[in-house]
Structure formats: structure tokens, C-alpha cells
Design a protein around this ligand. Structure first.
Ligand code: NAP
Length: 348
């Protein structure tokens, strides 16, 4: 299948290229970038040297529609809005990586993103692309909106609990994210001198991903509330979400495992982590680099009914390109794991 990537010079675009170039059923025919038009892709994504002779082209939707059967829009939020009506009306299948089509209620865009959504009618066409939660819907969708990286990492840790009803309807999420989460556009905060070595609380309250997380969890448990605090930490790739919840009565470790295992039975990219020995006894983004896994674990203080859930991903793979390709596989009726069953890199 011929695939186009709008916004291919960014970090997410680079990961889409890395994975799609080796995917058995895809050929990338268009990779767009305005700044790098006509440059070879491997000049920007130097890890792909020897894997492709593709050159970046300008974001020309007519060309994309002529040369592609499937498109990923890996552009900043606000930019996907401009091209989406044409893409949707053409009938091409699309996975949007931006936030522009993730929220079901147009009013939420005013509240969380500060703009009035110009195509509220398109929102209902999009399915939020979390295959572990919406496999059948994704299979029957032509438009999928990939979730935010912190959102999907939190949601995957919390959905089984919201669904089971064993917790009170509230979670506090402490998220730590690596520098690639901010994309390639430079700013003072991303300068090496300012970013290196930090544990920087950059959004203690009011993070935009709050809206997606509550939207998804409320599908299992109406009015489930979360509070998300985001920190920038000193890694390049990876997210760890530590979520604090209250059990509504005394449950054993085995009871809680049962909730997770039955909810995710047979899901190829969910791994449960809770070891008595070794360095990696709980989910840790360091051992997820380059992979499409979401590792989930927990611990419980039974005296206080206090449950701590840990979920970790590589923000550029399970948090972006990998989960988007997983959705593409489902939309195209390919094997869900096709091109994605890669072990993480260790050590990094
Ligand atoms: N980084 C992550 O961990 C992550 C995870 C999940 C989702 N996302 C989302 O995925 C999208 C891409 O993220 P990223 O980190 O790859 O960002 P990025 O590194 O800033 O890349 C953005 C890409 O979009 C292109 N672009 C920017 N403005 C454009 C416009 N108006 N029209 C056409 N192309 C435009 C850029 O190339 P040119 O400017 O050269 O055209 C570049 O290729 C964002 O919506 C982001 O929120 C990111």
C-alpha cells in the first residue's frame, strides 16, 4: 500500500518512516516538509541512511491523493485542521497524529486548545486510535485520531480499573516525559543548556491531555475525574505515568491482577511487570525504547486502600507512530502486529 506522511521531518514523522519502511505491506511514496523540500529524508533522519532514497516534498494534498492510498498527518495541532476536510472528502484513509480530532465535543477545543473548532461535524467521524480499547471500531473506521502520548500511557494504566469499578472515580497522575515529546521546533526551554539534567514540573495542572483521558475513562465509568501533572525529565524518549487511586474496599494483589489480566487478555502490546528481583521490577521507559509495548504494573498499600499504578511507553512509538501503525493495520485488515513486533533496545 502506498503511504504518505504529512509532516515527515518531525520526530513522529521520523518514527513513522523508520517503521513503515520495514513494514511488509507499505511503501512510503510521499514524505512532506516545507523547510527540507527536495532534501533527502536521510539527511534529517540520519538513522534511515541506506533504507530510503526518498526526498521530502512540499505538503501538496493533490499529490498525496494521487500517489497515496493511506495518509498519516504528523503535523502540529491547528495544522491538521486545514487539510482534513479535503482528505476526508476524498475518501482516503487517514490517521491524524495531532490533537485536532481527538475530542468528541467541539466545545472542549475552546476550553483546552483555545480555538473554535472549524469542522465540528468531522469530529464524530474520527475514532480515537487506542486499539486495546477500540479494536472493532478502528477496524471499521476510515478516520482515526491517534491519542496524545501522555494520554495513552495514562489511559492504558487506568482503563481496566475504571471498567472494573474497584476504585473511586478519581486518579491523580504524575507523568514524566522525555525531551522528544516536545517535537523538533526549538525553544529556549529545549536548549541543551536549559533542558539537560532537569526534573521540571512544566504543567502541574491544566494539561491538555486531561480532556482525552477523562473522555476515554468516562466511557467505562461516567464522570471519572483525573488530575494530571506533567514533568520534563532527563531522557530523550519515554513516558512514565504514576497514577494514584483509592480502592473502594480492601482488595488483594491477586484481585487487582485479575482485573488487569482479564481486561487485556490477548493484547499483544501490553506487558505486565511486577518482579520480586532485578533492576526492572516495575514498568520503566528505559527498557521500552524503540518498541510498541506499554508496560503496566502496580503496588498496593492495603491498610490505606491506596493503589499506585505505573504505566510506561516510548512516547514516539506506542505514544505516537507505533500506535498509529497498529491502527493502520486494523483499518487495512492486516495482522495487528505487522511491522511492530520489535523488542526494545537495551541498554540505551
Ligand atoms: N513528539 C511526540 O512524542 C508526540 C507524541 C504523540 C503525538 N504527537 C503529535 O504528533 C504531531 C507531530 O509531532 P512531532 O513531535 O513530530 O512534531 P515536530 O517534530 O515539530 O514535527 C512537525 C512536522 O510537521 C511539519 N509541519 C509543521 N507545520 C506544518 C504546517 N502548517 N503544514 C504542513 N506541515 C507542517 C514539520 O515540517 P515543516 O515545518 O518542514 O513542514 C514537521 O515535519 C504533533 O501534533 C504532536 O502533538 C507528538
Amino acid at each position: 500500500m502506498q503511504v504518505g506522511i504529512l509532516g515527515a521531518s518531525g520526530f513522529v514523522g521520523g518514527e513513522l518512516l523508520r517503521l513503515l519502511l520495514l513494514h511488509p505491506n507499505t511503501e512510503v511514496t510521499i514524505a512532506t516538509s516545507r523547510q527540507y523540500e527536495r532534501d533527502y529524508v536521510h539527511r534529517i533522519h540520519a538513522n534511515l541512511r541506506g533504507f530510503t532514497d526518498l526526498q521530502f516534498s512540499s505538503p501538496d494534498i493533490d499529490q498525496i491523493l494521487k500517489q497515496c492510498e493511506f495518509v498519516f498527518t504528523a503535523v502540529p495541532h491547528g495544522s491538521a485542521l486545514k487539510v482534513m476536510p479535503t482528505l476526508v472528502n476524498s475518501g482516503i484513509k487517514v490517521v491524524d497524529m495531532s490533537a485536532d480530532y481527538r475530542l468528541r465535543n467541539a466545545k472542549d477545543y475552546e476550553k483546552w486548545y483555545g480555538y473554535t473548532h472549524p469542522h465540528p461535524d468531522l469530529l464524530e467521524k474520527f475514532t480515537l486510535g487506542i486499539p486495546e480499547l477500540r479494536k472493532d471500531e478502528i477496524k471499521n473506521s476510515d478516520q482515526v485520531s491517534a491519542p496524545g502520548c501522555m494520554a495513552v500511557t495514562s489511559i492504558l494504566g487506568l482503563a481496566p480499573l475504571a471498567h472494573s469499578g474497584i476504585v473511586e472515580k478519581r486518579a491523580i497522575i504524575d507523568a514524566k516525559v522525555g525531551s522528544s515529546g516536545a517535537g523538533t521546533k526549538p525553544s529556549l526551554a529545549t536548549l541543551h543548556a536549559e533542558r539537560y539534567g532537569v526534573i521540571r514540573p512544566y504543567q502541574p495542572v491544566g494539561h491538555r491531555h486531561t480532556a482525552e483521558i477523562e473522555q476515554e475513562l468516562s466511557a467505562y465509568s461516567p464522570e471519572f475525574e483525573i488530575s494530571l501533572s506533567a514533568h520534563a525529565v532527563n531522557i530523550v524518549r519515554g513516558i512514565l505515568c504514576t497514577s494514584y487511586l483509592t480502592l473502594n474496599r480492601d482488595y488483594s494483589v491477586q484481585d487487582i491482577w485479575k482485573v488487569f489480566r482479564s481486561f487485556y487478555d490477548g493484547q499483544p502490546f501490553i506487558r505486565f511487570i511486577r518482579d520480586r528481583k532485578g533492576v526492572y521490577r516495575y514498568p520503566d521507559p528505559k527498557i521500552l525504547v524503540g518498541s510498541n509495548f506499554c508496560d503496566i504494573g502496580f503496588d498496593v498499600d492495603r491498610d490505606r486502600r491506596h493503589l499506585v499504578v505505573l504505566s510506561a511507553t516510548d512516547n514516539l512509538v506506542k505514544g505516537a507512530a507505533g500506535i498509529a501503525i497498529q491502527s493502520m493495520n486494523l483499518m487495512m485488515n492486516y495482522e495487528e502486529t505487522m511491522g511492530l513486533m520489535l523488542p526494545p533496545i537495551h541498554p540505551v
